[in-house]
Design a protein around this ligand. Structure first.
Ligand code: PHE
Length: 335
């Protein structure tokens, strides 16, 4: 008696697992709960039982019927809801992965620059973004009254404390704490009083480079910049140096890379010059060595700057620096 009940229940459970959609449900209902279904037939066969067992069996069968009807109703509701949402309920589908975020394109480029210089034997140094006048200007051979202060529009906190306008103060900090030989880069954020436009932002990012030892020459500087250009943008990139002026280097230069978009032929991006300005460089001025406690009679050195935002703009063909700082996910998701 109980065997019949258990058999029907087990089969019901088994079949219910195979149901994938609303249309599988109807034959399933007919098989168990229909007028000629398994429950009905069991009722029909009750007459075969001895008289005294019939009431108990009838009661058990009725309970089973209620139980299966309730379960059927639940399945029906579930599939109806799923179908309304336009989804088929497929419990074997993998779950949705949460969006884990990614690295900002500027960080990725900074990492790439660091890797290249690490590979060339440079250490990576750091300095504060809130600097004092001495490190940002004075020690870099830019006295208070020097017109070169106008080259960089400074954001002052007090007369003496300011947001650094370049990463060059890290040169002084490193020379003060470490004896030559020095071979370092210092990536970081810098600030200038500027109205934002496609090529200006009140803050941006630089990498400072400094090499100090006995017998360092301008040729070493050119070799390192050349090696960097090749590793960053490929072997076809040419480098050129133009005479320039910085108070903290003598001689000073600005350096350009041949345009990576037109290969130097001239295009919209390089304004038909075939060249892209990268930054400044030069041989460390003796006054800078003196301010940092390095003997200029014994040592020579070179320094260079590099704009991380600029390199990223070239690498990803971006024509507006502001897009880096707007944190628009449609932009960021592409990296
Ligand atoms: N500090 C300079 C700037 O911000 C760049 C530079 C660095 C030039 C080192 C020469 C040497 O423009």
């Amino acid at each position: 008696m109980n065997e019949i009940i258990e058999k029907i229940r087990a089969e019901f459970l088994q079949d219910s697992k195979a149901i994938k959609s609303l249309k599988d449900l109807e034959p399933f209902r007919v098989k168990f709960l229909g007028r000629k279904g398994l429950i009905s037939s069991a009722f029909d066969r009750m007459g075969e039982l001895p008289k005294e067992e019939r009431p108990l069996f009838g009661k058990a069968l009725n309970e089973l019927k209620k139980e299966l009807e309730a379960q059927y109703q639940e399945l029906l509701n579930r599939f109806k809801r799923a179908e309304e949402k336009g989804h088929r309920l497929d419990l074997t589908l993998p779950g949705r992965k949460p969006f884990a975020g990614g690295r900002h394109p500027l960080l990725k480029v900074a990492d790439e620059i660091k890797d290249i210089f690490r590979g060339l034997g440079f250490s990576i140094e750091d300095g504060p973004e809130i600097e004092n006048d001495f490190y940002n200007f004075e020690a870099l051979n830019i006295p208070k009254t020097h017109p070169a202060r106008d080259m960089q529009d400074t954001l002052y906190i007090t007369d003496d404390i300011l947001l650094r306008t370049h990463t060059s103060p890290v040169q002084i900090r490193v020379m003060k704490r470490q004896k030559p030989p020095i071979q370092m880069i210092a990536p970081g954020r810098v600030y200038r009083r500027d109205t934002p436009d496609a090529s200006h932002s009140p803050f941006f990012h630089q990498v400072e480079g400094l090499v100090v030892d006995e017998g360092i020459t301008f040729a070493d500087l050119k070799g390192v910049i050349q090696a960097f250009a090749h590793r960053m943008f490929g072997k076809d990139v040419k480098v050129r140096f133009r005479p320039s002026f910085f108070p903290f280097t003598e001689p000073s230069a600005e350096y350009d890379f041949s345009c990576v978009f037109c290969g130097g032929k001239g295009c919209r991006v390089c304004k038909n010059t075939g060249w892209m300005e990268i930054s400044g460089a030069g041989m460390v001025h003796p006054n800078v060595f003196k301010a940092a406690g390095v003997d200029p009679e014994k040592y020579t050195g070179y320094a260079f700057g590099m704009g991380i935002d600029r390199i990223a703009m070239i690498k990803y063909a971006i024509d507006d620096i502001r897009i880096f700082f707007e944190n628009d996910v449609r932009f960021l998701n592409q990296f």
